[in-house]
Design a protein. Structure first.
Length: 228
């Protein structure tokens, strides 16, 4: 079932006061026009899977859900919220955050053309600096900005009990963090599936990033390893 690996990761963390997950949205309809990637919405199966994932969240008292401004991410967040509320959790649907979106793509037409031409290889060209910054901003900058946002949210005080922050985003955004923080290349690990993501936890020794069997703890500010 979609989200199983993510739930297994959360269950392996023990009982931290707060944890954060940046995850890909639920299953969507195909993108028909590569220059208009934000139009595709989630499918009925995707909506059901997101609600089911929300129902299976356990070990926390409160859930905050943030999302990309793109519609399919909002739809996913709403379904997750419905499921978590049905499971008896206190839920805050915190709304859109631009940093979870794709506004770093500066030329949608050219990025769409190149993505269609190279497939998933587009990401490797991007990560290794082979694409003009007029098309898309450097991946290392994007990773640093997203990590700054995620850790800021994770460290916010308030409320009682254990809290889980869910940040519904896009495959490229999770892959950026997964590779720059844990050195997981999509060519070896596979493309990110729907409702899968990277988990962050604040530990005494620093920030812990976890993706399945991969884990790394580093004091903040996080020192990025070169991706390539």
């Amino acid at each position: 079932m979609q989200g199983d690996e993510l739930l297994a990761t959360l269950q392996s963390l023990g009982n931290p006061t707060a944890a954060a997950v940046v995850l890909r949205h639920a299953q969507r309809f195909p993108i028909i026009d590569p220059s208009e990637p934000t139009l595709a919405e989630i499918t009925p199966a995707g909506a059901a899977a997101a609600e089911a994932l929300g129902r299976r969240i356990a070990g926390v008292d409160r859930v905050r859900i943030f999302h990309s401004p793109v519609k399919r991410c909002r739809q996913t967040a709403e379904c997750l919220a419905q499921g978590a509320a049905a499971a008896g959790l206190t839920v805050e649907l915190a709304g859109p955050r631009n940093v979870l979106g794709v506004d770093y793509i500066l030329d949608l037409d050219e990025a769409g053309r190149l993505s269609q031409l190279h497939g998933n290889g587009f990401v490797r060209l991007w990560f290794t600096g082979q694409l003009a910054e007029a098309i898309i901003r450097p991946a290392a900058q994007i990773a640093a900005e997203k990590l700054d946002y995620l850790t800021h949210c994770l460290q916010e005080p308030g409320g009682t009990g254990r809290r889980l922050d869910l940040h519904v985003s896009h495959d490229w955004n999770v892959i950026i963090l997964r590779e720059h923080m844990l050195q997981i290349r999509h060519e070896e690990a596979g493309w990110l599936t729907f409702l899968d993501g990277l988990t962050l936890v604040q530990r005494p020794a620093g920030l812990q990033a976890v993706y399945r069997e991969h884990s790394r703890i580093q004091p903040l500010p996080w020192e990025f390893r070169a991706a390539g």
